[in-house]
Design a binder for this molecule. Structure first.
Ligand SMILES: Cc1cc2nc3c(=O)[nH]c(=O)nc-3n(C[C@H](O)[C@H](O)[C@H](O)COP(=O)(O)O)c2cc1C
Length: 186
């Protein structure tokens, strides 16, 4: 698959088979992530990989409770209240692999660099037949000091981009894109 194909075919996958993503594939995805550009070539990323479905299911319930406890009526997430409350809803979409891309301390553009790394990872995954989905819902929970500590994430590191990976179950319908708004083209 060439790059343009991967860009146009990548979808956020929300249904996965039980087939685990093997170690070599996860390593290849992380390596692709590290080939992203970074501000001043700081390469300020670090990775946490969780491949334990029981743990992910338990975290999903904890994250749902955490998000619901903090959900304010005027929050942009308020429209998802019913979805999050549903026992069917799994924050990680029952994917077998979670990769959390964390920004290292003192990076000048850590969030941007880690987001570029995530996009590399997701495009590489698409080209290898692996589905992915960013999981922004999990970020506030993962950023709690006690959770970071339990995952071996140093206090000064910031979980920026959680993304799940697995083999897609069924197709993922295309998502329409708006036409680009060109403000100036001289
Ligand atoms: C920063 C960020 C956070 C996201 N968080 C979630 C999430 O928590 N759960 C989810 O199912 N999708 C999440 N998404 C996926 C978006 O919903 C998805 O990218 C968008 O609907 C466009 O669909 P596509 O990725 O298939 O093109 C997130 C995407 C981004 C960029």
């Amino acid at each position: 698959m060439d790059v343009m194909e991967a860009i146009h075919n990548r979808r956020s996958v929300r249904a996965y088979t039980d087939q685990p993503v093997d170690k070599a594939t996860v390593e290849a995805l992380i390596k692709a992530a590290t080939h992203a550009p970074s501000s001043m070539n700081e390469q300020p990323w670090a990775f946490v990989v969780i491949q334990n479905p029981t743990q992910l299911a338990s975290w999903s319930e904890r994250i749902k409770a955490y998000v619901l406890r903090r959900l304010k009526p005027d929050s942009p997430l308020a429209k998802y209240r019913d979805m999050i409350s549903s026992s069917d809803y799994h924050v990680f979409h029952r994917a077998g692999t979670l990769i959390v891309i964390c920004a290292k301390p003192d990076a000048h553009n850590g969030k941007e660099d880690c987001s570029l790394a995530a996009q590399n990872l997701m495009l590489a995954a698409c080209s290898m037949g692996v589905g992915t989905c960013p999981i922004g819902f999990a970020r506030p929970w993962l950023n709690q000091a006690r959770i970071k500590r339990s995952l071996g994430i140093p206090d000064a590191y910031v979980p920026v981009f959680p993304v799940v990976a697995g083999y897609p179950r069924g197709g993922t319908p295309p998502v329409q894109r708006r036409a680009p708004e060109i403000l100036l083209w001289q």
